[in-house]
Design a protein around this ligand. Structure first.
Ligand SMILES: C[S@@+](CC[C@H](N)C(=O)[O-])C[C@H]1O[C@@H](n2cnc3c(N)ncnc32)[C@H](O)[C@@H]1O
Length: 456
């Protein structure tokens, strides 16, 4: 017999929020039954409407707050578009940092069973706005007019906006100007439902130190109407432009970038500096979006690696070699591995650019390349990993356990998979010495961590 739920759909009830989920919703419980309510903050008393009930949990909508959290900030509705749907826009920055730090501690305990691990206070930004060096803006059409901005939360409806408070002003300006030009030239927007039309996304990337701008025009069709005029106008109106790229994504997919890339004007890369290391960045390569906090994060990784100049280091998931080249300045030799071949080309070019001769790079999956190296008799004294959100592949973790590097530095953008992987490494003979959370993405729920592990 199915259990009767303590609430029903369409009920109006009073609750007290106890917690906040990893995606920023408030959590309230009725007789142990959890309800997730977007916008609710821990400690707040509120009236909610139950809009959905499932076996394990329900979803509600906030109707009225009786007692507000001291961390709540009220954003006037006419300002909301500037936050571009950031999940934590309603929380003060102090509150966001507290929430992210707690989240890291809770997840390490709950998933990683790491009750005693030292988690340092999160390193936040002094100025938590206008930090992103990259925008990827969906384009659509409304009432016959070209629009571009961001997707409304949990929907495919585009909110038209020219300003994002988390993007660098140069990035905002680039998107606005390209949108204007495409509109003037009558380039048709992509229509998701019918999979017709042309212009899908405008992407802009800006090197904060070098002041170099790249714009990528992403279309469904191989043909880009008014191509020459578009390039001419962009060059005339965007003085910091160094590269215009056309990318074709003809598939019905949520993935933004497609497979065909063609430089329309200028260079195929832009450059930027992190600290005093110079990087070439191409269209398909991963490059951290918050240059200020990237330096903070990499300095921490370098501190944890504690290199003397005698070590062989492996940097798994190395992207364009950013962490590898930082490490190479203090190590005997660094070997970077990355799955995107273009990023490896960038990494090699970056080593040359900085006259770093003790770094080598290989294209391939970390979980395939590193076990192969190990079988061939190659080991590392220090191993650094910086995987995507899904964390490290099991095969890589097993190889680390067998290879026994003295030290592992784990850079992570997802505390959940970090906790899972730390537990596997702990069970395989490592001790997590400490974890440093870094706020790379203010106003959003994302949090980055750097963890230091030693062989027991
Ligand atoms: C979080 S990024 C880190 C990049 C780099 N360390 C940095 O800070 O710029 C993760 C990188 O892992 C790469 N990647 C994803 N899956 C991979 C795999 N199985 N093996 C190697 N690299 C992979 C992605 O292309 C991306 O460049």
């Amino acid at each position: 017999m199915s259990r009767t739920l303590p609430v029903n759909k369409n009920d109006y009830i009073d609750v007290v929020f106890e917690d906040i989920t990893h995606d920023g919703a408030g959590v309230a419980k009725v007789e142990g039954y959890p309800l997730f309510i977007p916008n609710g903050l821990p400690g707040e008393k509120a009236k909610i409407k139950v809009i959905k009930t499932g076996k394990g949990y329900g979803i509600g909508r906030l109707i009225e707050i009786y007692e507000k959290s001291p961390y709540r900030v009220d954003i006037p509705s006419e300002e909301k578009h500037k936050y571009g749907g950031c999940q934590l826009e309603h929380i003060s920055y102090k509150g966001q940092l507290k929430y992210k730090e707690n989240q890291v501690r809770q997840v390490l305990t709950r998933i990683g069973k790491l009750e005693d691990v030292v988690v340092h206070p999160i390193l936040g930004m002094e100025e938590p706005f206008h930090y992103r060096n990259k925008a990827q803006v969906p384009v659509g059409e409304k009432d016959g007019k070209l629009i571009a901005g961001f997707f409304k939360q949990r929907s495919h409806e585009i909110v038209d906006t020219n300003e994002s408070l988390i993007q660098l002003p140069e990035v905002n300006e680039a998107v606005k100007v390209v949108k204007e030009i495409c509109s003037e030239l009558g380039i048709p927007a992509y229509q998701e439902e019918s999979h017709k039309g042309v212009l899908r996304h405008i992407m802009a990337r800006y090197g904060k130190q070098t002041e170099e701008l790249m714009v990528v025009i992403i279309t469904r069709t191989t043909d880009l109407p008014q191509k020459n005029k578009l390039v001419e106008e962009m060059v005339a109106r965007l003085p910091k432009l160094k590269s215009i790229v056309h990318n074709v994504n003809s598939k019905r997919t949520n993935v933004i970038i497609g497979e065909k890339t063609n430089v329309l004007w200028g260079n195929e890369v832009i450059y930027d500096y992190i600290g005093d290391v110079k990087f070439a960045i191409s269209t398909l390569s991963f490059y951290q979006v918050n240059p200020v906090q990237t330096k903070v994060l990499y300095d921490k990784a370098l501190e944890y690696a504690n290199l003397s100049g005698e070590e062989n280091v492996i940097d798994a998931y190395c992207g364009i070699g950013t962490i590898s080249l930082f490490l190479a300045q203090k190590a005997k030799k660094v070997f970077g591995v990355e799955v995107v071949p273009e990023a490896i080309e960038d990494a090699k070019r970056n080593a040359e650019l900085n006259e770093i001769t003790n770094a080598e790079f290989a294209a391939g999956e970390a979980e395939v390349v590193i076990p192969k190296w190990y079988k061939e008799g190659n080991t590392a004294d220090v191993l650094v990993v910086d995987p995507p959100r899904k964390g490290c592949d099991e095969a890589l973790l097993q190889t680390i356990i067998e290879m026994k590097p003295k030290k592992v530095v784990y850079v992570s953008c997802n505390p959940g998979t970090l906790a899972r992987d730390l537990r596997i490494l702990e069970d395989g003979g490592y001790r997590t010495v400490e974890v440093q959370p870094v706020d790379m993405f203010p106003m959003t729920t994302h949090v980055e961590c750097c963890a230091w592990l030693e062989r027991k």
